[in-house]
Each structure stands twice: as C-alpha cells, then as structure tokens.
Design a protein around this ligand. Structure first.
Ligand code: PGA
Length: 258
C-alpha cells in the first residue's frame, strides 16, 4: 500500500570500513547475491567512505546498486582542509549522501545548524540526501523523543523547498539502537517515523509528507528487517553492520521486495 505513494529505500552505511580493494569485493558479492532476483520494489544504495567511491561506482555500474557518500561539506570550495564538496561528489557520479548521522553529531561536533547547511549544499548540487535524526537513550527515557526529533527535522530542513524535498529521505535512527544490537520495536519505529511524517505535513503539505521516504535505522538486520519494513510508516532502512555482509544485506533487500 505505502509503495503506491513512496519509494522503499534500502541503504547500507559502511561507516569507516573497507579499503578500496575490500569495497570492490563487497560490491561484487552483493551483485552476485542479487543476480536473477527481482528487486524492483526497492531502491538499493551503498554509502561508502570517500576513498572507496570511485571503485564502488565503477563496480556497481549496470547493477541495481546506487552509490552514496557518508558526509559532505557545506561550502562550494575554499580553505576547508580535509573536506569534500557536493560538486566533487556529483562530478564522480555519486547520487546520494548521508547527512547528520548520529556518529557525526556525537564525535565530530555536528549540530542541526551545520546539518542544515550541508543539506542545502547537497541539494543545490543535485545530490539526494539521507538526513539522519534520532534521540539519545536519555532523551527517550525522559520522554522527549518527539520533541527532539521534531526539532531536528525542523532545523535540519530550514530553507529546503518543497521541490527539493523530492530528493530528501529521512532516516529515523534512535541513537541507542545504533551498533548496539538493540533494535527499536517495530511499533516504536513506526510511531516515530509517523511523527516525522506529521512534522513534514505541517512544514510542507500532507501530500508531500505522504510521498516522503522515511527509513528506520539502528541494528536492522536479516532477522528483524521484514517485521520493521511491514510497518506502514517505515519505508526502508539505513543499515550499518548488516550491510557489510552481502548475504545479510541481500536478505534485507529481499524483505523489502515481499
Ligand atoms: P547499525 O548502524 O545497523 O550497525 O546499527 C546503523 C547506522 O548507523 O546507520
């Protein structure tokens, strides 16, 4: 039902894993897993380290796997040693970029303001954005999940037009569920993805909210994917650990195609 109005997107987030050689082998393995299977009901993305991008783009060519980066700088160019611009990514054939991942917020000083600047830069350059939001464990325990996630969505999307929203996917990733093996229950995931949809409805239009892909992320794996993806507000997954294992990633893709 939800597929009639929005695209299911299964995206791998490789984080700081895989050298170019290893990346090539992993894409080959994913392609082999997908060979001959009907995966037309979802979009598949691999978000990989900067140095792996060229190799992965080449290896994924002609396959259903699209390629994304894991971050992007907000400036067009300039004195930002060590950073990568949206135009640089675009020129080498990158389609997607993850922005605002909780690891960037936690370890690299990312704020909603810098996330917002990156989102706008990426969209202006023609990249598709996977915008990550989600509450900390303490925030969930304090009962402020809705407030936290709403604030993130509102600030991170400041100045993003209705037209640009066609290129935005939101990934709801409760921080306490990332890399911990602790998955949100499918009801918890559905509830917060639904809340994000309500916020989008107020910021933009109900129709736009209904058409926006909202993923769940946080210990999604081959075993729990089908249950999570069965929920009406969960339109895919952003997958860390399990995306590094081709058979597991393929099982999640298969679950999205049921
Ligand atoms: P995980 O990571 O699947 O390993 O929990 C998800 C993410 O950080 O995007």
């Amino acid at each position: 039902m939800k597929r009639s109005v929005r695209t299911t997107v299964i995206a791998g987030n490789w984080k700081m894993n895989k050298t170019p050689k290893e990346a090539k082998a992993l894409v080959k393995a994913i392609k082999a897993e997908l060979e001959g299977k009907d995966v037309s009901k979802c979009e598949i993305v691999a978000c990989v380290p900067y140095v792996d991008l060229a190799t992965v783009i080449k290896e994924a060519k002609g396959s259903p796997v699209k390629v994304g980066a894991e971050n992007v700088h907000w400036a067009e160019s300039g004195a930002f040693t060590g950073e990568i611009s949206a135009a640089m990514l675009k020129e080498i054939g990158v389609e997607y970029v993850i922005i605002g991942h909780s690891e960037r917020r936690q370890y690299f000083g990312e704020t909603d303001q810098t996330v917002n600047a990156r989102v706008k830069a990426a969209l202006s350059a023609g990249l598709k954005v996977i915008l990550c939001v989600g509450e900390l464990l303490a925030e969930r325990e304090e009962g402020v999940t809705a407030e936290v996630v709403s604030r993130q969505v509102k600030i991170d999307l400041l100045g993003v037009t209705k037209e640009q929203m066609a290129n935005v996917i939101i990934a709801y990733e409760p921080v306490w569920a990332i890399g911990t093996g602790k998955t949100a229950t499918s009801d918890q995931a559905d509830e917060v993805c639904g809340l994000i949809r309500e916020v989008l409805g107020k910021l933009y239009t109900k129709k736009l909210a209904e058409a926006t892909t909202i993923q769940y992320g946080g210990s999604m794996n081959a075993k729990n994917a089908e249950e999570l993806l069965s929920k009406v507000n969960v339109d895919g997954g952003l997958i860390g650990g399990a995306s590094l294992k081709a058979p597991d990633f393929a099982t999640i893709i298969a679950a999205a195609n049921k």
